[in-house]
Design a protein around this ligand. Structure first.
Ligand code: FAD
Length: 536
């Protein structure tokens, strides 16, 4: 049987970081296993390639179960299946959240070592910031972080409109203050996507001690007398076992990791028994505590060709392609969501609880309405949901889709804040600064005004913001799935390192926080001393 020191299961945002950091020592043999394929197609590298990505490219093709509090709605639930994982298909927004998010991990969830001051150095270690250098930012790390290349005039008008609506301009959401609107930093470098694959994996792929296997799905973690000793994988129809001499590290993401643990008999005993999986270790927290951001949105029709909707016309697509290839400018350099920010639905909230994404078009993401004439979209997501959902198995078959239940709006507070967020979005779009650009709101439109009407609109139109976390939550208490050093409780030689370990969803997009988690985990796995806390 082939053996490695570390087997990393899942080559996504976290898995690629781990592959880089763990294989830095040539004496350590590392295997990275990814169910999806390569990211060679240039669409992955083009920032605007994101438009294709929520519609099924490089994804597992899963949906939620009918959502009880959204009138039974089933929501398309993109999860990446490609090397680089979510970072290869996401909108490339680089946000870290609020310092209070991480302080709450430490104080409320008992995650010693994960306060803001302790995690900030790991954000900075990854970073190759195009412009910023201070206590919050650095350069020279693997991950490219840049401002948008050429935001169109409507983006600037949007920022003026936000200020007219009382929301200040903010130059750096990842610095001292998160509040306000501005242009996002993006995980891009030289107008190309900086995914975990291109930033962390590609530069080290030739290391002799690192093996990367694509199109290889892990079917189960092999546990012997309370210790993870390896994995069983399938490449096409060929199944084999691979041994891990030190650790198996699970980085399959917030849906994939609890799914694989349950397929391996590790999870809540009652749920496993229901689908006929023999119980290896009863750990009720696995697959529980699912949190996600739900997006609501308003779409306006524009007075003219102010966004990128018309770029889909064949002659414009060709021109945009030429512009990109020759000059690295034009619509292809845009991630299509590159402006937005953070504000308050609940004025008493400890920090901003609504995030806005300005979409430079309509119908950019799967399921979102496309306007006949050029449109502009403003997404609003409530950031700190109180509802908790689950990831469970539908059957013991490793090929079957899991039952994903984010349980959106189970807590009425989430619904109330989401609707306030949508009202804020509509208010910004109606401000004078946008008048030259915006003809009229088309969705929700004039017939939707009361809270119940807006909820009715949301039932039909809402979508995931793609930020699932929490399903293998770390913590200090007995209900946590992993300890603060990310070891699975009750099984030796097994860690979880990905978005699933976050006890509370951060108030932002989740790629940069996941990369931070993997950076910090790599030091723990290698037994290195943690970076000194930042002085902020
Ligand atoms: C469409 C979309 C848009 C997003 N937009 C943004 C954004 O703009 N900014 C941002 O910060 N965040 C964004 N996110 C979220 C962010 O990308 C994720 O939070 C992050 O990628 C999670 O990283 P991860 O390592 O936990 O999981 P993933 O990156 O999902 O990696 C898990 C990997 O494991 C593999 N895997 C799963 N099961 C198995 C198995 N059994 N065997 C082998 N391999 C397996 C998967 O194929 C996948 O490649 C977006 C996500 C999506 C899906």
């Amino acid at each position: 049987m082939t053996a490695y020191d570390y087997i990393i299961v899942g080559g996504g945002s976290a898995g690629c970081v781990l592959a880089n950091r763990l294989s830095a020592d040539p004496a350590i043999k590392v295997l990275l296993l990814e169910a999806g394929g390569s990211d060679w197609n240039p669409l992955f590298a083009m920032p605007a390639g994101f438009a294709k990505m929520t519609k099924g490219v490089a994804s597992w093709g899963w949906s939620t179960v009918p959502q009880r509090h959204l009138n039974g709605r089933v929501i398309w639930y993109t999860q990446a299946k490609v090397i680089g994982g979510g970072s290869s298909i996401n909108a490339q927004l680089y946000t870290r959240g609020n310092r209070k998010d991480y302080d709450a991990w430490a104080t409320d969830a008992g995650c010693d070592g994960w306060s803001y001051r302790e995690v900030l150095p790991y954000f900075v270690r990854s970073e190759d910031n195009q412009r910023l250098l201070n206590v919050y930012h650095g350069y020279g790390g693997p991950l490219g972080v840049s401002y948008p290349v050429n935001p169109p005039p409507i983006s600037h008008a949007f920022l003026r409109a936000a200020q007219e609506a009382g929301i200040p301009f903010n130059f750096d959401f990842n610095g001292a203050v998160q509040d306000g609107m501005g242009h996002y930093q993006l995980s891009t470098r030289n107008a190309e996507r900086s995914s975990a694959s291109s930033a962390f994996l590609k530069p080290v792929r030739s290391r002799a001690n690192l093996t990367v296997r694509l199109n290889t799905q892990t079917l189960k973690i092999d546990v012997d007398r309370g210790r993870a000793v390896g994995v069983t994988v399938a490449t096409g129809s060929v199944t084999e076992m691979i041994r891990a001499d030190r650790e198996v590290i699970l980085s399959c993401g917030a849906i994939g990791s609890p799914r694989l643990l349950q397929l391996s008999g590790v999870g809540p005993a009652d749920a496993l028994t229901r689908v006929g999986v023999p119980v290896v270790h009863d750990l009720p927290g696995i697959g529980s505590n699912l949190q996600d951001h739900l997006d609501l949105y308003a779409i306006c029709e524009c007075t003219g060709d102010h966004t990128y909707d018309r770029v889909v016309q064949p002659h414009r697509t060709v021109w945009a392609g030429i512009q990109y290839l020759l000059f690295k400018t034009g619509p292809v350099t845009s991630t299509l969501f590159e402006t937005g920010g953070f504000w308050y639905a609940d004025k008493d909230a400890r920090s901003p609880d609504i995030q806005f994404h300005l979409g430079l078009g309509s119908g950019i993401e799967a399921g979102v309405a496309q306007m006949k004439h050029p449109g502009v979209t403003l997404n609003s997501a409530f950031l700190r949901p109180r509802s908790r959902g689950t990831v469970r198995l539908a059957s013991a078959d490793p090929k079957a889709a899991p039952l994903i239940d984010p349980n959106y709006w189970d807590d009425p507070y989430d619904r109330a804040c989401a609707i306030k967020g949508l009202r804020l979005a509509r208010d910004i779009l109606r401000q004078p600064a946008l008048k030259p650009f915006v003809l009229a709101e088309r969705l929700p439109g004039d017939n939707f005004n009361s809270d119940d009407e807006l909820a009715e609109f949301a039932y039909r139109s809402c979508k995931t913001d793609h930020h699932p976390v929490g399903t293998c939550a770390m913590g200090g208490g007995p209900n946590a799935v992993v300890t603060p050093d990310l070891k699975l409780r009750g099984i030796e030689g097994l860690r979880v390192v990905d978005a699933s370990v976050m006890p509370f969803v951060p108030s932002c997009n989740t790629n940069a926080p996941t990369i931070m988690v993997a950076e910090k985990a790599s030091d723990m796995i290698l037994g290195q001393r943690a970076l000194p806390p930042a002085v902020v």
